[in-house]
Every structure is written in C-alpha cells, then in structure tokens.
Design a protein around this ligand. Structure first.
Ligand code: NDP
Length: 328
C-alpha cells in the first residue's frame, strides 16, 4: 500500500493559474504516452507515486491517451482506486475531449453532444466523481464556439468538473472563448498549449493575451517530446519515443537539430543542470506560464524534471546565447 512522503510539500513550488485561486505545481505530469500499452502498470505506478512524493499534484489526462485510446484513464483509475484515493483532495486531475475518440459524427471536435458524452466516459474509466479541470482539446472550425463553451459551462455547473479550460487555442480564439465563458459565469481557467525552445509560437501574441485576460497557461511538450534532453545526443535508444517513429519522427533528428541540442547541453552544464532541467526552466521563465507539463518514461526522469525548479533564473547573456543557438 502506497503512503505519500510526508515531506512532499517542502519540495515543489506552486503558482496561481492566471487570476484564479487555483495553484498548480511548476512541474505537472502528463499521461499521454506512458500510461497505456507502452509501459508496465508497475512503471506507471512508480512514476505517479514518485511525482506525488515530490509535490507534483497535477496529473493531466485526455479521453484518447493510451495507447489504445482510453487506456491512460483506465490505468490512472486503477492506481487511483488502489493507492491514491486517500489523496484525492490533494490532487488536480484534468481530462479533455476534442480529438477522435469514437466512430460516427459525435466522436470528436466540439459539439455539446460529444463533450458531455466524453466526460461521462472519462469519469467512468477513471472511476472519479469529478475532474478538477476539463478542457476542450482543440479548436473546432465548424461548431459555434458558443455551443462548445456552453458545454464546458454545463459540465462545470453539473459538478462533473470544477474548472473549464481550452487547449491549442490561439490568441483570437482564446479571447473569444474567455468572452463567452465569462458571459456564462464560468471563467476560463487555463489554456494548454505547446511551447518549447524549438516551438516558440506562443511568444508572438498569445502570452500577451493570457496576461490581459488573466488566464493561466500550462505548456505541453516543453522537452519537444525528448529532443530537448540528453536522450538523443548519442543516438536513438531502443526504448525511446523516437524509436517508435510515430509522434516523434526519427527524421526530426537532423544534424542541425543534434548540433543545437549539443550546444544547448553545454549551456545547461555550465548552469549545473541537465538539458531537460534547463529546457523546463526556460519555459517557466515567462511570468504567464503557470506550469510545465512533462511526459516521462521512468522514475529517474520524474526526479530530474522536479529538480528543474531549483534554478529557473537566467542571465541576459544565457538567454541571448540560447537565442543565438536557436536562430543559427
Ligand atoms: P515532453 O516534451 O516532456 O516529452 C516527454 C518525453 O521526453 C518523455 O517521454 C521522455 O522520452 C523524455 N524525457 C522526459 N524527461 C526526461 C529527462 N529528464 N531526461 C531525458 N528525457 C526525458 O512532453 P510530452 O510531449 O510527453 O507531453 C507532455 C504532456 O503534455 C502529455 O503527457 C499530455 O498530458 C500533454 N499534451 C497535450 C497535448 C494537447 O494537445 N493538449 C498534446 C501533447 C501532449 P522517452 O519516452 O523517450 O524516455
């Protein structure tokens, strides 16, 4: 039987999500790829327990995480039921709907029908009574935003989730979502978006909009799925994400990318950090970023990431040097 480390709240730092009253840990754990068919239940359990022991209170799911889709929620539900139930009130658990989950016209995108059916399925798979945050996973070009936001409002009002969030919304889409949600009386808590040294699109105008609307920001793939770590410096390990050649393609490991990774790794070493830690610190340097949402395949990676918070300050010289490498 798991018993949480009593010292866990002395380690992690927490930050308010935008102008809300909800604090998230600077490092959060996502269950996209390593809590389904690629990992043993034992490893998934160990990573969750170690994360919680290090003060990581936020765990991020979606209906389609696995593989196969749904498996991550089932795995999480099993671990929750057996070991984490006593800690439910200390945890922020999120899920999402937006990507393809089941056949037919109601199994993806942003209709009220899909979102309500999907959260009911996710609650069943996880065995939870409610999610802390429920997200619309991606913008839907065809469904009126009023309908999608109306569904999130309904979900919160019915007690199936405590907070509403959006994911992959750009600046204009976020502004509109915030307007509709606040007119309904349910604030938009957070936008979950991709951000890392190799993908800086949020810097263009989204960060400004997050700041002016008071919406929090949790960034996914802060390690560019493992590229911004030491994982690929000496080749492609057999148990790595790139070796599966699916969401991270071997072709992405070009000479140019590898040379940037090596140069960034040198800066990290000068900071007495691993490259993973520096990459997390780099996204967290923005005041708008509430939390860096990582994926892990081992307990060691969880520990490495959690220790990133020991140094999230950068000198001007370091930032300029990083920019120079990225722009080469
Ligand atoms: P990351 O960028 O953190 O990549 C995770 C991978 O990086 C791991 O699987 C591991 O690779 C490697 N890694 C992690 N830590 C270390 C370390 N300390 N040292 C070396 N390598 C390390 O994030 P993900 O792309 O996994 O995304 C994180 C989460 O974001 C997801 O679980 C999900 O919750 C969310 N997400 C949301 C999306 C959305 O549309 N809203 C889309 C995608 C993700 P390896 O497995 O090879 O060991």
């Amino acid at each position: 039987m798991y018993s949480a480390d009593p010292s866990r709240y002395g380690i992690m730092k927490y930050k308010y999500s935008g102008k809300s009253g909800l604090k998230l840990p600077l490092i959060s754990l996502g269950l996209w790829q390593n809590f389904g068919g690629y990992e043993t239940l034992e490893n998934s359990r160990s990573m969750l327990f170690r994360a919680f022991d290090l003060g990581i209170t936020h765990f991020d799911l979606a209906n389609n995480y696995g593989p196969p889709p749904g498996a991550a929620e089932e795995t999480f539900g099993r671990i929750m039921e057996k070991d984490l139930r006593p800690y439910r009130d200390e945890m922020i658990i999120s899920s999402k709907a937006g990507y393809l989950m089941w056949d037919g016209p109601y199994g993806e995108w942003g209709s009220r029908k899909y979102l309500i059916a999907s959260i009911d399925q996710s609650l069943k798979r996880t065995g939870l009574e409610y999610f802390d945050i429920f997200y619309h996973h991606r913008p839907d070009p065809d469904t009126p935003l009023e309908e999608t936001m109306g569904a999130l409002d309904q979900i919160v009002r019915s007690g199936k989730a405590l907070y509403a969030g959006v994911s992959n919304y750009n600046s204009a889409q976020l502004s509109e979502a915030v307007r509709i949600l606040s007119s309904l009386g349910t604030p938009c808590l957070i936008n979950q978006v991709k951000y890392n040294m190799f993908n800086r699109w949020v810097e263009e105008d989204l960060l400004k909009t997050l700041s002016s609307t008071g919406v929090g920001c949790i960034v996914f793939s802060p390690l560019a799925q493992g590229l911004l770590t030491d994982r690929y410096i000496n080749g492609i390990p057999d148990d790595s994400r790139a070796s599966r050649n699916f969401t991270l393609q071997k072709a992405q490991l070009t000479d140019d990318v590898l040379s940037k990774i090596r140069e960034l790794d040198n800066i990290a070493k000068q900071r007495n950090q691993t490259l993973a830690q520096m990459s997390l610190a780099w996204v967290l340097r923005n005041k708008e970023v509430t939390s860096a949402l990582i994926g892990t395949s081992s307990v060691k990676q969880v520990e490495d990431a959690a220790a990133a918070i020991d140094n999230i300050e950068f000198s001007k010289e370091e930032l300029n040097h990083i920019d120079k490498i990225l722009n080469e």
